[in-house]
Design a protein around this ligand. Structure first.
Ligand SMILES: Nc1nc2c(ncn2[C@@H]2O[C@H](COP(=O)(O)OP(=O)(O)OP(=O)(O)O)[C@@H](O)[C@H]2O)c(=O)[nH]1
Ligand SMILES: [Mg+2]
Length: 392
């Protein structure tokens, strides 16, 4: 049976999901939030009704429950209902009251306690948080042997085992051996270009599939958890096409810098800014002004955009030339773009294929009909963009 990882995009990279009984390791550069990945997987599985456990040697159980809470996930209720439990490898060593089904008072007890925990949650999921501290306790050799044993038992019991691992300056051969002992390795990296610009995850290997090797930018939100991060989506198009309305319609939150220019008609004089949180994707959206006197802003805004929506008023073919000009000005030639045939509710609105013909657009450019003011066509537009950016 294939299980979901509950990390957006990760299942796609892994050929659909993760088979039961496999081990997954999240190997993080120091400073990258790897725990969120483990927590999110565990929470997703628990919400599906599976059982699970958390072995912790880095923070007391209460702290971890609190962290879950900060992501918006209710571990407490599931603990009370014994759907999940702790193997507490932390409290005793810092003099806090222990709290878990299994309590570690001596490092030599870790191996057996986790074996019991794995057996307690057949078909479920166990989180080892974290492997780096375990190595500090037990040393390289013992840790490797224990991982291999745990993974074997997990395979037998069809329990998913998730390891959280921070790659401090360990011996390279040792790290390779660790990675070879698990079924799936996911790297969590920082992406640098002079300065750190973000974080990304990438599957380095999986025993059941040939994973896609793309790097997925991510962002950890509290609450919310791991989101795939799309740095910048541009919304552009001629004056009055409906850009501000569209940004508002696709955004979770948005603001416009508008001015009541012509009496009562608001027109955008600087830009629209929106944030999108959709299907585990998180994006910043920038809407440009439509009037030509603001074309300089267009230039600035379009830098670093990874995708664009080009709005046209389907009832105003006289603006289509300007729409094409804006596509060129914002360099949308080079990035994935979607034409939004807006104002489809107005009588006489041109059909998408008619607009394609009049604008002389290639077959590869999607045109999505929409009514921005009624939020119609907006989810279709987002789905098409996500497919263009990340594939199916
Ligand atoms: N009937 C209808 N009206 C729309 C639609 N989308 C936008 N409008 C209206 O069209 C006008 C312009 O909409 P905006 O969203 O401000 O357009 P804009 O492209 O941001 O305009 P500028 O920033 O001035 O270039 C407003 O009166 C909207 O209410 C639509 O789908 N249908
Ligand atoms: Mg506007």
């Amino acid at each position: 049976m294939i299980k979901k990882s509950f990390i957006p995009k990760l299942d796609d990279l892994l050929g659909g999901g993760i088979p039961e009984g496999v081990s997954v390791i999240f190997c993080a550069y120091p400073g990258v939030n790897s725990e969120a990945f483990g927590y999110q997987m565990l929470n997703g599985r628990l919400e599906e009704g599976d059982n699970g456990f958390v072995f912790t040697n880095i923070a007391e159980p209460d702290t971890i429950t609190y962290e879950f809470n900060s992501y918006g996930w209710d571990l407490e209720t599931m603990l009370e209902e014994e759907q999940v439990f702790f193997v507490d490898g932390s409290s005793h060593f810092i003099g806090a009251p222990p709290n878990g089904r299994y309590i570690i008072e001596d490092y030599s007890q870790i191996e057996e306690a986790v074996i019991k925990a794995i057996r307690d949650v057949p078909n479920g999921i166990g989180l080892i948080n974290n492997l780096s501290t375990l190595i500090d306790y037990l040393g390289n050799e013992d840790t490797l042997n224990i991982i291999k044993k745990w993974n074997e038992i997990a395979k037998e019991k069809k329990t998913t085992l998730v390891y959280i691992f921070t790659e401090w300056d360990y011996d390279k051969n040792f790290i390779d051996e660790i990675k070879n002992s698990v079924d799936c390795v996911v790297h969590l990296k920082t992406i640098e270009e002079r300065v750190i610009i973000g974080q990304g995850f990438m599957v380095a290997g999986a025993s059941w599939t040939k994973p896609s090797d793309i790097m997925v930018l991510f962002f950890v939100m509290q609450p919310g958890g791991v989101k795939v991060y799309i740095p910048k989506i541009l919304v552009t198009g001629p004056y009055n096409a409906g850009k501000s309305s569209f940004v508002k319609a696709i955004s979770t939150k948005s603001v416009s810098v508008d001015r009541q220019a012509l009496g009562t008609i608001p027109t955008t004089i600087a830009m629209d800014i929106g944030h999108l949180d959709y299907k585990g994707f998180f994006a910043d959206i920038f809407g440009t002004p439509g009037q030509e006197r603001f074309d300089l802003i267009l230039n600035v805004l379009s830098k670093e955009a990874v995708g664009a929506f080009v709005l046209v008023d389907s009832t105003a073919p006289e603006t289509f030339g300007r729409a094409k000009e804006m596509i060129r000005k914002c360099r949308a030639e080079a990035i994935p773009k979607i034409i939004i045939a807006n104002k489809q509710d107005i009588p006489g609105a041109l059909a998408p294929e008619k607009i394609r013909e009049m604008m002389k657009l290639g077959k590869d450019i999607p045109i999505v009909p929409a009514i921005a003011t009624e939020k119609k066509g907006t989810t279709e537009a987002l789905d098409v963009l996500l497919t263009l950016l990340y594939g199916d």
